[in-house]
Write a protein that binds this ligand. Sequence first.
Ligand SMILES: Cc1ncc(COP(=O)(O)O)c(C=O)c1O
Length: 375
Amino acid sequence: MKQFDKKKNRKNSNSKKWDRYKSKDILPMWVADMDFESPACIKSALRKYVDNGIFGYHSEPKELRDILKKYLKNKGWNIKKEWIVLTPSVGAPIYSIYNLIPKNTQVIIPTPIYLNFLKAPKHLGRRVQKLPMVNDRERLAIDFDKLSSIAKKNSWLMFVNPQNPGGTVYSKKELKELSKIVKEKNITVFSDELHCDLILQRNLEHIPLGSFKTIEKNVLAFYSASKTFNVPGLNCAFAVIPCDNLRKAFKKNAEGITDDANITGLIALSAAFKQGWTWRDELIKYLNKNLETLLNAIKNHKNASPVVPEATYLLWVSLKNPKRKDLQSHFEKYGVGINDGIEFGKKNNIRINFATNHQNIKKASKRIEEALINL
Ligand SMILES: Cc1ncc(COP(=O)(O)O)c(C=O)c1O
């Protein structure tokens, strides 16, 4: 675990997360990247690429599709290699997908949700139907009865599993329930499964929505090594789209507009999915230690109730009637840079990124306590 204890100075390293507070004594705990070095297998694969010294237009690594097929097979989804579409990120399709959704089609977005799902329709002038999630015993969940009652025939659903910001890992029972609704209403699901390898609790598992055979053709699923192995700056993700027509339309829509996945990202993805899993297991232990420290600090405060994440390195905390309305500024005043929940569609909440070294977490916990006392 020593590797995660390493104090990395990310100031002046072109880090979006750290540059926000440059010369200020504010610990950045906002945007979702980690203050940890990626595993050695990624660094050595990239070193080999750099040492070759030629950075021309690239093709796809030969073994990549086999690696990705195996990756999903291990999760119970037997895909065909041609269903895979490489993308530069998951973020870009969150916007570009609207070109495939007819203007009058209902788009359902459970909230709170990763902020770009809310920004995209706003930016594109599209109306969406929000579906507030329920907080059931410190766990955020979709109200499937409600979903069933509001969903129209042929609508679209933006689904995030594991969920961000709440960290919910949907169970087999929940996914079965969802798949029934999807089938009945012929819903097309944008299934963002980006955080699926960051499950914090041993008794839980990630089940790809596409592995439910009856709705396989309704699903566009998105994956990446970017969150788990901390390579979001390398611009690489992949979609799995079993429906031929949807896949063709998705590819055509990207042509000439969205860039290819970056070669450095493809190299990192191959290396990580082949050799990175032991490192990932260590990471999970470390994240759990960080989470425990943070939860211990927060739980004594009556005005704060955390949603205990089942996955991700993000902690979602509900605040009871805060007097301060600008939560980001308030927490910054006490030396922590969090995300205001309003960005994810829910006010009076904050999201805390706890993927940093434990020293920082201890320091941040004290600061967060101070901020909560004075909320
Ligand atoms: C659920 C979710 N989807 C998509 C993204 C964006 O991913 P990318 O960096 O691949 O655009 C994020 C980033 O935090 C995320 O949490």
